[in-house]
Design a protein around this ligand. Sequence first.
Ligand SMILES: [Zn+2]
Ligand SMILES: [Zn+2]
Ligand SMILES: [Zn+2]
Length: 314
Amino acid sequence: MNSSHLSWCLSNISPQPMLPESYYAGMCVASSGEKQFYFLVSKGWLIYLVTAVLIPAVASLVVLYWSLNKWGKHPIARSLVHYALPQSGWRAVASSVNTEFRRIDKFASGAPGARVIVTDTWVMKVTTYNVHIAQQQDIHLTLTESRQHELCPDLNTPVQFLTIRVSSINPNVKPFDIRLNSTEYGELREKLHTTVRNAHNVVIHQSLSDMFLDTFKIQVELNQRYHLSGNQELEPCIGCMQIAANIKLIKVCREPNEGECQQCYCRPMWCLTCMGKWFASRQDQQHPETWLSNRVPCPTCRSKFCILDICIVC
Ligand SMILES: [Zn+2]
Ligand SMILES: [Zn+2]
Ligand SMILES: [Zn+2]
């Protein structure tokens, strides 16, 4: 995204337009004498030569224009400048994008020609010739379309693709569409700070683990709460480090000495989502219908607990 990247890209693409001229020169050398003269002026070859010279010339001029003002005229730089503070310029925005792009917790999906990337601050769509970029804090997301593909060679189930329109309240940022598989929708929602408006009430086919996570959360919400004593403080969840830990395991399903569940003495260390993921990961993946009724070990002390023993800290 910085000027060294840009010049690297250009150095890779610029030699190719010179191929037609070389071909023309080669053909001139190959033909001889009078024949060579007719070859040189024949209409088709003149058009060929003009085109072969014009295209690289125009391309070079465009690149020259982009490079003005230290690449400030490049389309990517011009789209970034809408987010720049007056004193910092587009380079500061580019470096923020670069830093977040390098993080492993970004959401990335789609084929190389239409990649969707969501970081903590940015929503991006990278196509072969274009980069669309919008800042999370000023966008509205609308689920506009869903398409079902019945035949997918790898899977037996139909695949659903969702189209989400990203519109920014910033008038300089044109709206753009992102497409993704419905099974990635849960992961995308986790990364977004805003909700996706489902304008046409599209039924989303979530992945099995996302569906489980929704049921798990509803179930845990019904359980009894754990009241934090005054001097205790909640640390960040050790699973995601994103939000405060808010789950305490207390054996409440049976009397203390009855049943398979055991009392866990760990302090709250996990958030509800991470605990749900852990709960699902320790189950028989072939039989999701048994997941809610099974017992799993505490991720830290290994004492067994069931869904009734998961208490939200308040
Ligand atoms: Zn967590
Ligand atoms: Zn424990
Ligand atoms: Zn239990």
